[in-house]
Ligand binder design. Structure first.
Ligand code: ASP
Ligand code: MG
Length: 876
């Protein structure tokens, strides 16, 4: 305990533990540790607990048993057994601590009100779960170094108030406690002690009867106590690390939401996520008490913090949630147009049936509303009664089950123009209702329930993943679920440049900016591909010929290295052919594959004269320069109709890409080839770059092979490159074993064709880094800039493709990150940003900044724009 904090000033922490957190002895030891840690920090603690997991459900069986006494008795026996087991495990001094509650349960089961399921009797039954768990907890904590733990009856302090139009059911079983800061209560409790344990879920009404706060209501109790005590913080301890940008079971890439304001959190809690009861936040927001969601299994992890946040944060979509079991009521009337009082009549019916309307959409002759899934709705035939009433004024249609998909984030209106991709996703579906909240915090679409699970990952990829990457500010988006599952915090992957830090700093001191390439890394990548084998027992090489697509990086040392590893070369210009021949004068010409696009006639003629293999990807050369191809063997690049890749600008398939011969022109191409005496000996397709999913090549391979069967002289199938290199830790590396598997499958079906591939970036991206030095730093408003001595003139990928490159301050590699910065170059273009929203340590003039994965499409794309010399290359 902190002896220097005067007792009167010791702040309160309210810590709530849910069912699974109170079900075993080891979980209770955990609670004791957490409480002790708070006390050591000089805080007072109020622990709020749920019933043991599953116990509320068992109590519900008693509450619902009506005339089935056997069912009630079975549930009772199970509840007794569960608690007895925990009592034994806890080795409590007094094993009879629960005796009074068990006796009460016996009385309630035997009570004649069971048959009528009287509401106040039900509330007493349900309350038993929390009364028992808190009694056990108080006794156990006393044995765990917290001897002065006191048990509080929550009903003495939480007073429920009936709401206008609230039915008897919810007044008793889903009551509301309007909790506000209560200095007298705080003082009285402080005078009594420092550690308390009480029940979630239960309160009393004006007549002193037990009432419930609704299923999952223990969070609400914690919120109420937190507000009344004006706690320093309310902690909700659960089994997950916090709130996520989507349900992680559907979207493993979902990001932890590190910080939310009350309203955003309220929207997310209300629209789907089960982590927090939405009612818990209201009292805390009014009392300005922060709430933190913490993971019992990872207590050191920061979790999700919910508090008031300034509204100047940039608008972005923070979460996609889905509520299933939504009922839609569509009301059709011709008379509605300009008819006074129609809506009033309709809504009166909802009010009379005690149904709360959630979303409303209205058109000239139709009003559609959604009802929240509520126990009230499921447990009664209120819906048919409502429909009967509504039928008097309009035509009614009930649509169920539906799902409401909600996008949550501040400033939703400002985001509307970015939602076109989303609307395209929905375009194919039947959207029953769209509603944009008037608080500008959410946009909701109601669709058939069956479609929801499939749609959510797609929406997440479209909206949140991109935002989270852009706002690389750990303050909003934490790690992804997948990263957390893999174990946190994931240490930076070992890379050659971390190991070579001292040498790199030396190289940068000699000259900056600078591209540095590690041949060892190129070799390792090359070997990994060369070793690709069909799964055992077959051990033959799968890819008969590997070409290095040298447009990625034509540095002669790299060309020689890859030649040494057995690679042939794929060139897209005559100058590239010259570069290969200059670097490797002995290379036979047939080891070069020329695959240009819209090249002039002269380049084809020159390549054929050299004996290089030539790929055509248009009809024009055969139509207009046919004599040049007489007697020649050519390869045909086809467009399989779709593009793939990490950015629109790297997709090289589909009608909007300029590459390849469309499938419906292949016959014409063949006729032209026959006409001028050219032989088609290979088929080729390359659909795009940065692909991390191995199955992509199966489909390209299979499509080309089946197309090839219709030709007579095809020898090789070239399925292109595009093998992706993951940039961020939440991306999974391309699974080479999986790639081998899919290639082997197709090869088995088409053994007559050789398989060719032509990776470029895969071999060299991570073998190169760009080193630059800090020139100036600047702050404008809340934005910090770190300027370096080169930018898009050396590395164009970020500006051209929105590419994400890891950036570190090599001079301060292990220093803790300071604020978020924009890493920019010296070029007079707003797009000259190498990395947006990065967390770097404090950067000083002269520091060496390393931009990773710059070995591909770096130096070769550099320019002298602004007449600034781009980075020179050096090999290590
Ligand atoms: N035990 C109650 C329920 O299961 C309240 C809670 O756990 O939050 O609904
Ligand atoms: Mg809960």
């Amino acid at each position: 305990m902190n002896a220097v904090t005067p007792a009167a000033h010791r702040p309160w922490v309210v810590a709530k533990f849910g069912g699974t957190s109170v079900s075993t002895r080891s979980r209770w030891e955990n609670i004791a540790r957490i409480a002790a840690a708070h006390r050591a920090r000089g805080q007072r603690v109020l622990i709020v607990v749920s019933a043991l997991s599953g116990v509320t459900d068992l109590l519900k069986r008693i509450a619902d048993s009506a005339d089935d006494e056997a069912a009630a008795r079975a549930a009772q026996a199970e509840i007794v057994r569960r608690h007895a087991a925990l009592v034994a495990d806890m080795q409590l001094a007094d094993p009879q601590v629960l005796a009074p509650r068990l006796a009460e349960m016996e009385r309630l089961v035997a009570d004649t009100r069971r048959a009528s399921r009287a509401l106040e009797w039900q509330a007493q039954v349900f309350a038993l779960g929390e009364l028992m768990s808190s009694a056990l907890g108080a006794a156990f904590l006393a044995t765990q170094g917290l001897p002065d733990t006191q048990w509080l009856d929550a009903r003495e302090h939480l007073l429920a108030q009936p709401l206008p139009n609230q039915g008897a059911w919810s007044r008793t079983l889903s009551a509301t406690v309007p909790a506000v800061p209560d200095a007298a209560f705080e003082a009285a409790l402080a005078a009594r002690g420092e550690v308390f344990i009480t029940q979630g879920f239960i309160a009393r009404d004006g007549e002193g009867r037990t009432v419930l706060l609704g299923r999952g209501g223990s969070d609400t109790s914690a919120g109420c106590f937190g507000a009344m005590l004006r706690a320093q913080c309310v902690e909700i301890w659960t089994d997950v690390p916090g709130m996520f940008s989507a349900n992680p079971r559907l979207v493993p890439e979902a990001r932890l939401l590190a910080r939310l304001d009350y309203q955003e959190a309220q929207e997310i809690a209300t629209t789907g996520a089960k982590v927090l009861h939405p009612r818990s936040l209201g009292p805390l927001r009014r009392a300005d008490v922060p709430l933190v969601i913490k993971d019992t299994n990872r207590p050191g992890f920061p979790g999700t913090e919910i508090r008031a946040i300034g509204s100047d944060a940039a608008p972005c979509v923070k979460a996609i949630s889905a509520r299933k079991g939504v009922t839609l009521i569509s009301m059709e009337t011709v008379g509605m147009w300009q008819q006074v009082g129609f809506l009033a009549d309709v809504f009166t019916a909802f009010k009379q049936h005690g149904l709360s309307v959630d979303l409303i959409g209205s058109a000239e002759t139709n009003v559609t509303v959604s009802l929240d899934p509520s126990e009230n709705l499921v447990n009664s035939d209120v819906l048919s009664a409502l429909a009967a009433d509504l039928a008097k004024v309009c035509r009614v249609k009930v649509l169920a089950p539906c799902a409401a998909i909600t996008l949550v984030g501040r400033g939703m209106r400002a985001l509307l123009q970015r939602l076109s991709g989303v609307l395209a996703e929905f375009g194919a579906l039947d959207v029953h209702l769209i509603s944009q909240s008037s608080n500008n915090l959410n946009l909701t679409f109601v669709i058939d329930e069956a479609l929801a699970d499939e749609l959510i990952p797609r929406l997440h990829a479209l909206l949140i993943r991109a935002d989270a990457l852009r706002a690389e500010d750990g303050a909003v988006f934490g790690p992804s679920w997948r990263e957390l599952e893999a174990g946190t915090p994931s240490p930076p992957a070992p890379t050659w440049w971390r190991a070579a830090r001292a040498d790199l700093l030396e190289l940068a001191a000699q000259r900056s900016p600078r591209y540095v390439y590690a041949l060892d890394a190129v070799r390792a990548n090359a070997r990994a591909l060369m070793q690709l084998r069909a799964p055992a027992p077959a051990t033959t090489a799968l890819v008969d010929r590997w070409h290095y697509a040298l447009k990625a990086n034509p540095h002669p040392a790299i060309l020689r290295e890859l030649h040494g590893q057995g690679f042939a070369f794929e060139c897209v210009s005559l100058a590239e052919i010259d570069a290969v021949r200059a670097a490797l004068p002995q290379l036979p010409a047939e080891r070069i594959l020329f695959t240009p696009n819209f090249a002039p006639r002269s380049e084809y003629v020159a390549a054929l004269a050299l004996g290089v293999r030539v790929t055509l990807d248009a009809l024009h050369p055969l139509q207009h320069w046919g004599e040049a191809f007489a007697g020649q063997a050519v390869h045909l690049r086809v467009d399989l109709g779709v593009g793939r890749g990490h950015h629109d600008k790297v997709k090289t398939g589909g009608a909007t890409s300029k590459f390849g011969v469309a499938l419906d022109q292949v016959d014409e191409f063949r006729a032209l080839a026959r006409g001028c005496g050219a032989r088609i000996v290979g088929l080729h397709a390359h659909l795009g770059s940065g692909i991390l999913d191995a199955s992509h090549w199966r489909s390209v391979y299979a499509q080309l092979a089946s197309l090839a069967e219709g030709f007579s002289r095809i020898e090789s199938i070239d399925i292109g490159g595009g093998l992706g290199v993951p940039a961020r830790s939440d991306e999974r590396a391309l699974d080479l074993a999986a790639l081998a598997g899919v290639l082997a499958e197709v090869k088995q079906a088409y053994p007559q064709f050789q398989l060719w591939m032509e990776p470029g970036r895969y071999l060299v991206a991570d073998a190169g880094v760009l080193l630059a030095r800090v020139t100036q730093t600047k702050r404008k408003g809340r934005v910090h800039y770190v300027g370096v001595d080169t930018g898009m003139n050396s590395l164009l990928r970020p500006a051209l493709y929105d590419a994400w490159h890891e950036i570190v301050n090599l001079s301060r590699l292990d220093a803790a990150p300071a604020h978020m910065v924009q890493v920019v170059g010296p070029i007079c273009e707003s797009g000259d940003v190498l990395g947006a929203n990065r967390r770097l340590p404090e950067c000083r003039e002269g520091d060496v900044i390393l931009i990773a994965q710059a070995g591909a499409y770096g130096a070769v794309m550099a320019s002298h724009y602004n007449l600034r010399e781009p980075a020179m290359e050096v090999i290590i």
